[in-house]
Design a protein around this ligand. Structure first.
Ligand SMILES: Cc1ncc(COP(=O)(O)O)c(C=O)c1O
Length: 441
């Protein structure tokens, strides 16, 4: 008889953003009249944001270029000229950077980068994750480690700033921690970290000789007059720093599956260099990352229209954030921060606001029976319960904060909706649903 084949660490893989899609699918099967407002996935294209026209023109030229090179494989670590351009791009933001193009790796989106980074850690070595987390990081890290993720809390009462005391206590309690993950601007909270916060994280990394892994996929998307503080510039020559950036959000071109890893400060220690080499080797085994997007990365970001495009796109996203924050901040029982970056927001429920008797009216009796059965499951988190009722009663799909290992109950929404009327209607209905749910028992 065949022995069991599925990996024993599978229960550690959690991706609530997509899990709720199955619930939507099931509701549609019961009642095809559902019209869902999908606030679960951060895909600007799905929300109607156009890719800039110049990108399409660049692609057309590249596709028809003689030689058809873009249809073939390319260098396994990424086209050398593109890696050299990435070094130059990094230096635009961090002039003191000593990044070498041999320490840049192109990957199939940051998803692949994340997986490679955690899989090449020595068994037993951990990377401390933020809570709420971005599940690709926390699940991949946990899967590679074969144990639950280790977290430091982000504090909703302080604009979702990292709780540095908690971070330090976790580092002291778990000597197996060799790195800290920072996501800035943050998914799922939309928070943008100040220079003070980053300096403190850097200080802890130096004190405990840790690496910093910095996911900066949203670094061009900072609003309200703030700027993205460059950790690379602050960390030069001090700590092992691994940066992750990509084209999914700020172009936006998520379907390109194109991202990259920058290993900064490789000169600081030998062990860190060994780890960089290990990740390089792992990437080698994947043959190469998608060729076409790589060939156009520099042409996109260097295009004369890119800066005006990112300004326009950012201004639209900042407007959405302001509108949503205004509607939700007046909702009793809910605590809402106004994010300064990315395109997410995570309102939280006030302590004691939720209980296991609250409901929302669901017209279709079969749907109601299904939701009642789902929420009756043992260990059902209180915010997931709310998210299920919200979905079934209004069609608005949010992801519960518990799905991100959030320290307090809440939910994550995206701030991508392009149509102002739909945006206002969605969040007015959401606000009303929160009020009705909280009042229901
Ligand atoms: C913080 C963060 N990192 C990485 C990713 C994945 O990016 P990619 O599309 O490059 O795989 C996302 C996608 O939402 C994200 O929010």
């Amino acid at each position: 008889m065949r022995r069991p084949v599925a990996h024993t660490n599978v229960p550690l893989l959690k991706y609530a953003i997509r899990e709720i899609v199955d619930v939507m699918q099931y509701l549609l099967e019961i009642d095809p009249s559902y019209v869902f407002v999908r606030e679960n996935i951060g895909d600007p294209i799905a929300k109607g944001w156009p890719v800039p026209l110049f990108l399409k023109q660049i692609l057309k030229e590249e596709i028809y270029r003689e030689g058809d090179h873009v249809f073939g494989y390319c260098h396994s670590r990424g086209i050398p000229e593109v890696r050299k351009w990435i070094v130059e791009y990094a230096k635009r933001f961090s002039p003191s950077s000593t990044l070498d193009y041999e320490y840049v790796l192109l990957t199939n989106g940051l998803g692949a980068a994340i997986s490679s980074l955690y899989h090449m850690l020595r068994p037993g070595t951990r990377v401390l994750q933020p809570a709420p987390s971005y599940p690709s990081h926390s699940s991949m890290e946990a899967f590679a480690a074969g144990a639950d993720p280790l977290f430091y809390n982000l504090d909703p009462k302080k604009g979702w700033e990292p709780d540095l005391d908690h971070m330090e206590s976790q580092i002291r309690r778990h000597p197996e921690i060799a790195g800290i993950l920072v996501i800035n601007p943050n998914n799922p909270t939309g928070a943008v970290y100040s220079r003070r916060v980053l300096s403190e994280i850097l200080r802890l990394a130096e004190k405990y000789q840790l690496m910093i892994l910095s996911d900066e996929i949203y670094f061009r998307m900072v609003y309200h007059g703030l700027q993205h503080e460059q950790l690379t510039e602050m960390a030069v020559g001090k700590v092992p720093l691994i940066l992750m950036r990509g084209t999914s959000k700020d172009v936006p071109w998520p379907g390109a599956r194109s991202g990259w890893i920058e290993f900064h400060n490789v000169e600081v220690d030998r062990d860190y260099r060994d780890y960089c080499e290990a990740v390089k080797k792992r990437v080698l085994l994947e043959v190469c990352a998608t060729s076409l997007p790589q060939t156009v990365i520099s042409k996109i970001y260097d295009h004369p229209e890119y800066e005006s495009w990112i300004r326009l796109y950012s201004a639209g996203l900042a407007r959405n954030i302001d509108t949503i924050a205004e509607i939700l901040s007046s909702t009793k029982g809910l605590h809402t921060n106004r994010p300064d970056g990315a395109f997410y927001m995570m309102p939280t429920f006030e302590e004691g606001a939720l209980n296991s008797r609250q409901t929302l009216p669901i017209k279709n009796s079969a749907v109601r029976a299904y939701i009642e059965q789902q929420v009756a499951q043992e260990g059902m988190p209180s915010d997931k319960r709310f998210a299920y009722y919200l979905l079934a009663a209004t069609g608005i799909c949010v992801v519960p904060a518990s799905g991100f290992f959030g320290p307090v109950p809440g939910f994550r929404i995206t701030t991508l909706e392009r149509d102002e009327n739909i945006l206002k209607d969605t969040y007015t209905r959401l606000s009303r649903a929160v009020t009705d749910y909280l009042k229901s028992s």
